[in-house]
Design a protein around this ligand. Structure first.
Ligand code: ADE
Ligand code: ZN
Length: 322
């Protein structure tokens, strides 16, 4: 049982955390047919590409700043309810633009949700703006420029997500220069759908402090040593990896092997209802399937706080709460 443990989450896509019941209510409110993407209370997809398509489609039923406030508050309240003290949410102001809401109103809605959740439970949260590879380098640079110029104290990181098989990290390096110059923390989805080369690519082209997933680094022993030597933190999402068939089962998942090789690992839920998981379940898996003791799980949570994209005063407060 991990119910008594404090929790931290560094890798969760906001729209990917949308509870199916809320998405259905939103679709009804706006009279949008999402029956191809949400059936019998579950999101419908069958591989990585169709997952990304489903994600983009269901995101379209969140239309206003109030919709985003409600979505954010709902997810953070769930996290707080299981003992989570800190959450980083991956957000896409570009998506706000695409649906006609606008990037500022999208972010303002999300920030309002954070304020409400913090007032209710004390949970701390920050935002990681993401570019999506499948919308191309220009859109990713646009996302970085938005994050850099927003001067929003809750926006503290920049990420690259989406279709990993599209382009190489170097194609998006300019976006990371912009984000780095603005003082944002950097993280990149790599080594999830693509192999170890994609993690090496991220280190060569950008050298982010963190890597989203990164688990397929296990295919290259030299790369695992490089991650350990650099102290790069992996945002590992085991339930997501199994749902997307990155590994056939939890027994073959490299979380424990990476940790034992000296790589700094954390645990997150990625897009929980899409992958029939939750942060609560990921912590349970760390205990029951990966066999980590409470002290080891606390150490993983501590790594999460150490790697969080927050100012040092907030980091100290979070460490004290742990
Ligand atoms: N966008 C949402 N979830 C993602 C994932 N697991 N990988 C890449 N892009 C994503
Ligand atoms: Zn992700």
């Amino acid at each position: 049982m991990t119910a008594h443990l404090k929790k931290v989450e560094l890798h969760c896509h906001l729209e990917g955390a949308a509870p199916p019941a809320l998405t259905l209510a939103q679709a009804r409110k706006y009279n949008i047919d999402i029956s191809a993407y949400l059936k019998d209370g579950a999101y419908v997809w069958h591989d990585f590409a169709s997952f990304l398509e489903c994600y983009d489609k269901i995101s379209e039923v969140y239309k206003t700043d109030e919709d985003y406030a409600l979505l954010t508050e709902t997810y953070l309240a769930e996290l707080a309810g299981i003992g989570t003290i800190y959450s980083e949410l991956i957000v896409s102001p570009d998506h706000g633009k695409r649906i006609g809401l606008g990037a500022d109103a999208y972010i303002e809605g999300v920030c309002e949700g954070i304020r409400r959740a913090r007032a209710a439970s004390g949970i701390e949260a920050r935002l990681i703006v993401t570019g999506e590879r499948h919308f191309g380098p220009a859109s990713v640079i646009g996302a970085a420029e938005y994050a850099a110029s927003a001067r929003n104290p809750l926006i503290t990181g920049f990420n690259l997500a989406g279709e990993e098989r599209m382009g190489r990290v170097a194609d998006y390096a300019r976006a990371f220069d912009i984000a780095r110059d603005a003082g944002l923390g950097l993280t990149i989805h790599a080594g999830e759908v693509c192999g170890a080369f994609s993690v090496a690519d991220a280190l060569d082209a950008v050298r982010p402090a963190r890597i989203g997933h990164g688990v397929r680094a296990i295919e290259d022993a030299d790369l695992v040593r490089r991650l350990a030597d650099l102290g790069t933190v992996l945002e590992v999402c085991p339930g997501s990896n199994i749902a997307l068939e990155v590994f056939p089962d939890f027994q073959s998942h490299p979380l424990r092997a990476l940790k034992e090789a000296g790589v700094r690992v954390t645990i997150s839920s990625d897009d929980p209802p899409f992958f029939h998981t939750s942060l609560e379940r990921e912590y349970e898996l760390a205990s029951s399937v990966f066999g980590f003791s409470d002290a080891e799980i606390d150490a993983i949570t501590r790594t999460g706080i150490e790697a969080a994209f927050v100012d040092e005063a907030t980091r100290s407060e979070l460490l004290a709460r742990l």
